[in-house]
Design a protein around this ligand. Structure first.
Ligand SMILES: [Mg+2]
Length: 335
């Protein structure tokens, strides 16, 4: 099979479905797409590249890769409180539509990609295909009411530090895939790694209430440090408040990893794509009221600490009110 770039686009990226109120004045097919931004909104834009051998394994399920390539980008929009609208996709393929001797690779990849795009009514408005080592670059665009985007630099002293759902599961999934660890329920953790749920609904509910927000991609402590540095404050974190999943706790109880290892996965593992945000006590109550009015499920929230005046360490850890030490190292491509 030797498809031209245009064949590839026609075969794999053109959709027959349409999205209501998509804001697409002109879609794929001209030199540019034309997009309408509603009055009073700002455009939020984020780009992420996934490179084979660096961000994913060549033998990864292509459906899951397509899903995750979009999910990690939507997670960035969620962290800004933006509503996802449009996406463009640049994909470099070694051999037409075939990867790893799988002739269905590209159709599976796009099936995963569009499954998530359709869930959030995100429209593919452009892209590029080239030949070379397998890599994927996704650029998402969302909209957020002017002035309401959640940023990293507005945390206030004494704010509560909160995190959505559970943390550490994705990183454990990566360890399982790297054969560093054997557990009793590996699929749960691999799913957490590969089928990330971007917290778009929660991000939108945080508008006007959270003082700062980030999505946890590089590890809780690393991403918290981004907020603390930008906001010129420090943090106290209560280790016993970290939301470890039931499945993670079960593995600890079964002796597959010890409690400190589980905590370390949660603190520095990364690949969680949960939202980490700061919020005043008053606004947390308002947020809980907003959440109670939702019909769609919103993940649980945990208060894990508080912002403080700058101290010698950016993050001080406590276990049952006693100071303890944990590593804050996270994922850094250039280290
Ligand atoms: Mg991010």
């Amino acid at each position: 099979m030797n498809l031209s770039e245009f064949d590839l686009i026609d075969s794999y990226f053109k959709r027959s479905t349409t999205v209501q109120n998509s804001g697409v004045a002109l879609g794929i097919g001209d030199d540019c797409a034309l997009l309408d931004i509603p009055e009073g909104y700002q455009l939020a834009v984020s780009t992420d590249s996934l490179v084979c051998g660096v961000h994913f394994f060549e033998d990864v399920d292509p459906y899951r890769l397509g899903y995750k390539a979009l999910a990690v980008n939507l997670s960035d929009l969620a962290a800004m409180g933006a509503l996802p609208k449009w996406v463009s996709l640049a994909i470099t393929l070694p051999n037409g539509a075939m990867v790893n001797n799988n002739p269905n690779w590209l159709s599976e990849f796009t099936r995963g990609f569009f499954a998530l795009a359709d869930k959030f009514d995100v429209v593919l408005v452009g892209g590029d295909t080239t030949k070379g080592p397998l890599s994927i670059t996704v650029s998402v665009k969302g909209i957020v009411p002017r002035g309401l985007a959640l940023q990293r630099n507005k945390a206030n002293l004494g704010d509560l530090i909160c995190v959505s759902n559970f943390i550490g599961d994705g990183a454990l999934g990566l360890s399982i895939k790297l054969n560093e660890l054997a557990v009793t329920n590996p699929q749960y953790f691999v799913d957490a790694l590969e089928l990330t749920e971007p917290r778009v609904d929660l991000g939108i509910l945080l508008r006007g209430l959270a003082s700062s927000c980030i999505d946890i991609s590089d590890g809780l402590t690393q991403d918290l440090i981004h907020i603390l540095k930008a906001s010129h404050c420090a943090a106290n974190i209560a280790i016993e408040s970290l939301p470890l999943s039931k499945t993670m706790r079960k593995e600890v109880n079964l002796g597959k990893l010890n409690n400190d290892e589980a905590v370390q996965y949660a603190l520095t593992g990364g690949d969680d794509y949960e939202l980490l945000f700061t919020i005043s006590e008053n606004n947390l109550r308002l947020l809980e009221q907003r959440i109670a009015q939702q019909t769609q499920p919103i993940p649980s929230l945990s208060v894990i600490g508080r912002t403080t005046l700058q101290q010698s360490e950016l993050i001080a850890f406590f276990k049952e009110k006693q100071a303890v030490t944990y590593s804050t190292g996270g994922w850094d491509h250039f280290k």
